[in-house]
Ligand binder design. Structure first.
Ligand code: HEC
Ligand code: HEC
Ligand code: HEC
Length: 650
């Protein structure tokens, strides 16, 4: 309705305008006044009018696929359960015949799975439903459900002296739900690191270890460090928090029977080193964090080879004898087999300095990596049969489960879940996005820096000059459609330019992505909706605090009645519905920057072009001394809280 009125208005005033045009240059004046630009070279009426998110690719329906997420194998090894998050289903397959037997609807994007000791109950984390569902494995129907934190992605079952427990990693609320099984209820919610993503229990059931994907915000500009969180599942209390220096993106974690070890894959990252060094060293490499569960000491070991990398490590499993670990490489399409006895042998001989430097030694992996099992596209979660004889690999973007004889590491066949989505350009684009094969020595994929199309929370030095002097905060690709130009400096007019020649020149150091794949890639990016945020209600209603914040965002006067100059009102530059007029301004942060859109902004800390602000509050408490970035000096603590509360709903 509003749109139609605007169109009619526009036509009418357009007609009137034509008459006015010659005499008064009415519209030029209007655009200059409204845009605060020195010239109008980059400005059209569509920077500010007739903008709609309804027409964007992410607002359109898209095809869904049978992409396998979490896996769980029954205690007798006969059945495997597979979470199909994109379908809102859980599938059950027969491991011998490799046929899907049943599928059950589970609302809210079922993602992580765990079985109880008897295999009677299947616990399912629902990533979009913010709940844990219980399925009876006899009937494969839901028998219980309990709310947990935001975006739960992983669950582990554990027996304690005080009864059975479930430990759930809530990836978006950065905490851990500890539940009792009967009755099914939450006992506590200790905090985790940033983006907790995997849970494992020690063999004696006294500790749960949680791997976190993103680095803690406070460390982003020094040595980035992520965390392994340890909690006591019986009491739901935090026991210890270990840091993984210069490492992040752990998506899996696994205990080692017969050794006091917890293993988590990780990505070693040198984001503060100029990215151009990718040609004469590495920017990113894969490793394995070996945590001593008694002392909490962590040693990082490399998984890559000097001239060949296996990007985006994800799921990990260890056989029941504790002899071998299997690590999926989502970008390299292999599962790496690690001989833990050889690894232990190396660790026994190595002195402390050698252990500290181990992860930088690219000649080391052949000492204990005994095989690389090739897979279809994008292997993520792994599972082993309880006897350790069969390895199951979720080939996420091929819609299949690879079944491997764990001993001989020979492929035995596949459980076929879907058709791989070859006719869907979005799906094909996701395959390009996650493939490391487009970079020099397969070092990384787009996904290595943009997990799930979002941010890794780091700033990178994309400069060719010195070290760490041109840091650029990573940007989310979620909700990016229609917000061109791209980059913080606004120099890239389209996604095709951003992801094609530029990426090849600066990052890949190989040939550009071929045209057809590039088109699929940009289609995929355009299909990513803005990041889900906790405080955005489904029906758009706002809390009183959010309402007050909205009034501040759109205010033309301070509460004291003083006029806020037009160019210093939030809504002048961050105009709905994208919350950006897509023009560059100097807001006192050190130059001209493209106005970022604010859709899903709550989820993409840190902020500003170089990531200097750790929180939204800091934008105004620290980085707006002269009211250049909106007039904020009048705001008291409550008003600033209200404004931030509102921003978190966008
Ligand atoms: C930089 C942003 C910007 C640009 C570019 C811009 N406008 Fe506007 N326009 C505004 C704002 C702000 C208003 C005030 C009402 C509102 O907020 O919608 C407005 C109001 C209007 C109105 C309502 C009548 C009025 O004058 O208040 C019309 C019609 C209009 N613009 C047409 C145009 C046309 C035609 C162009 C292109 C030649 C254009 N605008 C370019 C920001 C812009
Ligand atoms: C080494 C980490 C890294 C890799 C790999 C990477 N990006 Fe980025 N990406 C960044 C950073 C940092 C920025 C912000 C840079 C800037 O604005 O100048 C960015 C910005 C972008 C933007 C602009 C977003 C906006 O709102 O302006 C797009 C689009 C993008 N990346 C897509 C991709 C695609 C597609 C790939 C793979 C072909 C990729 N990126 C690989 C780190 C990375
Ligand atoms: C003159 C235009 C302008 C005004 C007025 C303005 N902004 Fe901004 N805003 C920008 C620009 C440009 C940046 C990027 C600056 C940088 O990265 O150094 C930005 C950055 C931001 C960011 C950080 C986004 C991110 O992803 O890092 C937020 C949040 C924000 N603005 C909200 C607001 C609010 C709230 C107000 C009002 C109090 C406001 N802005 C007023 C232009 C403006």
């Amino acid at each position: 309705m509003k749109k139609r009125v605007l169109v009619i208005l526009l036509v009418l005033t357009g007609l009137a305008g034509v008459a006015l045009w010659l005499r008064q240059n009415y519209w030029t004046d209007h655009m200059l006044r409204m845009s605060h630009q020195k010239n109008l070279a980059k400005v059209t009426c569509f920077n500010c009018h007739l903008v709609s998110t309804d027409r964007l690719r992410w607002a359109q329906p898209r095809p869904h696929h049978d992409a396998p997420a979490g896996l769980a194998v029954s205690p007798d090894g006969k059945k495997i359960y597979i979470a199909l998050d994109d379908r809102d289903e859980v599938a059950e397959a027969d491991t011998a015949s490799r046929q899907v037997l049943r599928r059950a609807k589970v609302a809210g994007r079922p993602f992580g799975l765990a079985l109880d000791a008897a295999g009677k109950n299947l616990f399912v984390t629902c990533r979009d439903g913010d709940r844990l569902a219980v399925l009876d494995t006899q009937t494969l129907s839901e028998t219980g459900s309990v709310p947990v934190g935001m975006a739960p992605v992983a669950v582990a079952f554990c027996r304690t002296a005080a009864g059975d427990r479930l430990v759930v990693a809530n990836s978006m609320s950065d905490d851990i739900s500890v539940l009792s099984v009967s009755p099914l209820q939450e006992l506590g919610r200790p905090s985790a690191g940033r983006d907790p993503f995997a849970v494992a229990i020690t063999p004696d059931g006294t500790r749960a270890f949680i791997a976190n994907r993103l680095v803690s915000l406070a460390t982003g500009h020094t040595i980035p460090a992520s965390e392994i969180t340890e909690i006591d599942p019986m009491t739901a209390r935090t026991a210890r928090r270990e840091t993984l220096d210069s490492a992040h993106q752990s998506e899996g974690i696994c205990a080692v029977p017969s050794r006091p070890w917890m293993l988590a894959p990780l990505v070693k990252v040198r984001n503060l080193v100029p990215i151009t060094q990718v040609a004469n060293g590495w920017v990113m490499s894969s490793g394995l964090a070996v945590t001593d569960i008694k002392t909490g000491n962590v040693i990082q070991m490399p998984l890559d080879e000097a001239n060949n990398y296996f990007a985006d490590p994800s799921g990990i499993v260890v056989d029941p004898a504790g002899r071998r670990a299997f690590v999926a490489s989502g970008g390299g399409d292999v599962v790496t087999v690690v001989d833990l006895e050889r690894l232990a042998g190396w660790l026994e001989k190595a002195d402390p300095a050698a252990k500290r430097e181990a992860v930088y030694d690219m000649s080391l992996a052949p000492e204990y990596v005994t095989a690389r099992i090739p897979t279809e596209r994008n292997p993520k979660q792994l599972a082993l049969s309880p006897d350790g004889g069969t390895l199951f690999v979720a080939e996420r973007l091929a819609d299949s489960i690879l079944v491997v004889d764990a001993k001989s590491v020979a492929a035995q066949g596949r459980i076929v879940l879907g058709d791989g989505g070859l006719n869907d350009p979005i799906r094909r684009g996701e395959k390009v996005f996650t493939k490391a094969g487009f970079t020099f020595q397969n070092q990384f994929s787009c996904r290595s820096c943009h997990p799930d199309g979002h941010v890794d929370g780091l700033s990178y030095d994309f400069d060719t000059s010195g070290i760490g002097d041109n840091l650029l905060d990573n940007r989310s690709l979620m909700g990016v459609a229609g917000t061109e130009p791209f980059k913080w400096n606004g120099k890239n007019p389209t996604l095709e330019v951003q992801c094609g020649p530029r990426f090849a020149r600066v990052l890949m150091r190989t040939d550009p992505i071929p045209q057809k794949e590039l088109l699929d890639l940009t289609t995929y990016i355009k299909s990513l909706p803005p990041h889900r945020v906790a405080t955005r209600s489904a029906d758009g209603t706002l809390t009183p605090s959010q309402e007050r914040g909205k009034a501040i965002f759109f205010a033309t006067k301070t509460p004291g009645g003083q006029e806020i100059p037009h160019e210093r009102r939030c809504s002048t530059c961050h105009r709905p519905p994208l919350y950006s007029v897509r023009l560059s301004f100097d807001v006192g942060t050190g130059g001209m920057f493209d106005t970022p859109h604010l859709l899903g902004v709550a989820a993409s800390a840190p902020y500003l072009h170089d990531g200097r602000a750790q929180s939204l509050e800091e934008l105004w408490t620290i980085y707006n001394p002269n009211d250049q970035h909106g007039v904020s000096s009048y705001m008291n603590k409550i008003q600033l809280n209200d404004l931030v509360d509102y921003l978190k709903t966008l």
